[in-house]
Ligand binder design. Structure first.
Ligand code: ATP
Length: 436
């Protein structure tokens, strides 16, 4: 991975309106991030791409959107109340708290004291809350630490309403919350984040085939995000490091500026969740095949995609620096389908009403067609190009004197982000040209 510093990305994100510290006006809230106009657009483009690829383009997928708050039985049955923990150690000197498996425990990372830690205790990462006005055991609920349980608890609903053939999957995109001991590295480890998850239900004998198939599909996703393949690595997670529900897990790691770390996970969850729901709710979770062969509790392959980590990987790999006319420039070489702004429209000069009127007309036409189109008449044209380059806008359309005079009337300059090349395109062809 080329050596972009995380700080460069963080500062670009703040300066240009992608991502801000959560609750910044009050000094922030650790582990939370707010998305500005460009960040929202980038996130939405990633979610839409995911949904299109894994739900709309397939015949075996169903979408759900389950409530974030769930009956606390869900988290008891799933094992999260007992085992969704990280090992917490506390420094005897500065009382800093750390995740034991993420630090060198010979020395406190904050105050530097040698051998400052006693034995680790298990810290449960779920945010606990109470539902309703009574604050007692019976009202306890949790903000979901994964979206998956909202899928499992709706398995029977989807089967009963749609009676899908096996194998099939249920997909969900939504927020998840984890009270991470040390949120860090920008959006990489947040306390509130978004997951895009699929639970893919298979006959128990067919899990290996499905697992392999999803492994290939994950690589297609990596490609669709525009990430260089050589920056993504599969890690076969050893049994001792796997989540409590998993019999096989591959972490797909990415070479982030902070080092190689998990981008997304692919897990074989067996029938762990559906069987636990069956045992604990008393409701039958078996699938009855249409050919009258014996019923069974399906096994599950789970590709789990973290949205924030996808955003961070996309931004880090898109960031480029080069030189244009002897000047250093930085730009985001985002895949066109992910760029927050598809095209920016400008009048060449700000003080020429005839240019402004024509540019407004072009802007409105493109805005109606594409939506994510920006009007930009701030500063001189060179500055506008730099600004649009920095946010990854693939095209700048400029209405200049040639647009309104001479034999090039009704053509505009289209300037390309990656090459900085310019060409003239007639206004009547512009929508087609930019739709490519
Ligand atoms: P890690 O080992 O980094 O804590 P994990 O193995 O616990 O992650 P999973 O439970 O497999 O993560 O969650 C699935 C995906 O959700 C991860 O691959 C990641 O993309 C995302 N994710 C998990 N925790 C966070 C977090 N705190 N902030 C942002 N994304 C997260």
């Amino acid at each position: 991975m080329k050596n972009v510093e995380l700080e460069t990305i963080v500062s670009l994100c703040k300066r240009r309106g992608f991502i801000y510290q959560g609750s910044e006006v009050y000094g922030g809230l650790s582990g939370t991030w707010d998305y500005g106009p460009l960040g929202v657009s980038l996130k939405r483009n990633i979610i839409n791409l995911w949904w299109k690829m894994f739900v709309d383009a397939r015949q075996d997928m169903y979408g759900v959107d389950a409530a974030i708050l769930m009956n606390s039985q869900v988290w008891k049955a799933s094992g999260h109340v007992d085992t969704f923990t990280d090992p917490l150690v506390e420094c005897s000197n500065c009382h800093g708290r750390f995740r034991e498996d993420k630090i060198d425990t010979n020395k406190c990372p904050t105050c530097g004291k040698a051998s400052p830690f006693g034995p680790a205790r298990q810290f449960n990462m779920m945010f606990k809350t109470n539902v309703g006005p009574v604050d007692d055991e019976s009202s306890i609920s949790y903000l979901r630490p994964e979206t998956a349980q909202g899928i499992f608890t709706n398995f029977k609903n989807v089967v009963d309403c749609f009676y899908p053939d096996m194998p099939f999957g249920i997909a969900q995109v939504g927020k998840a919350f984890r009270n991470e001991i040390s949120p860090r590295d920008f959006i990489f480890r947040s306390r509130e984040f978004e997951q895009m998850e699929i639970e893919y239900f298979v006959h128990p004998d067919k899990w290996e085939e499905a697992f392999e198939n999803w492994r290939q599909l994950v690589w297609q996703w990596v490609e669709a995000l525009g990430l260089p393949k050589e920056s993504v690595h599969e890690l076969e997670v050893p049994e001792t490091d796997r989540a409590h529900y998993s019999k096989r897990t591959i972490d797909f790691e990415f070479d982030f500026p902070i080092g190689r770390d998990e981008l997304l996970g692919l897990a074989y969850r067996t029938d762990f969740d559906l069987s636990n729901i069956q045992n604990s709710s008393g409701k039958n979770m078996e699938y009855r095949p249409k050919d009258d062969s014996p019923s069974y509790v399906p096994h599950v392959i789970e590709p789990s995609f973290g949205l924030e980590r996808a955003v961070m990987a996309v931004l880090c790999s898109a960031y480029q620096e080069d030189e244009v006319n002897g000047e250093k420039r930085s730009y985001l070489k985002l895949p066109y389908h992910l760029a927050p702004v598809r095209v920016a429209v400008s009048p060449l000069l700000k003080n020429k009403p005839e240019l402004i009127d024509k540019a407004r007309e072009v802007y409105e036409m493109l805005k109606t067609e594409f939506g994510n189109v920006m009007w930009d008449d701030n500063g001189n044209i060179g500055k506008r190009y730099r600004r649009q380059d920095e946010i990854g806008t693939p095209y700048c359309v400029v209405v200049d004197f040639e647009t309104i005079e001479g034999d090039t009337t009704d053509t505009v300059t289209v300037r390309h982000r990656d090459t900085t090349k310019q060409e003239r395109v007639s206004i009547s062809d512009l929508k087609n040209y930019l739709a490519k």
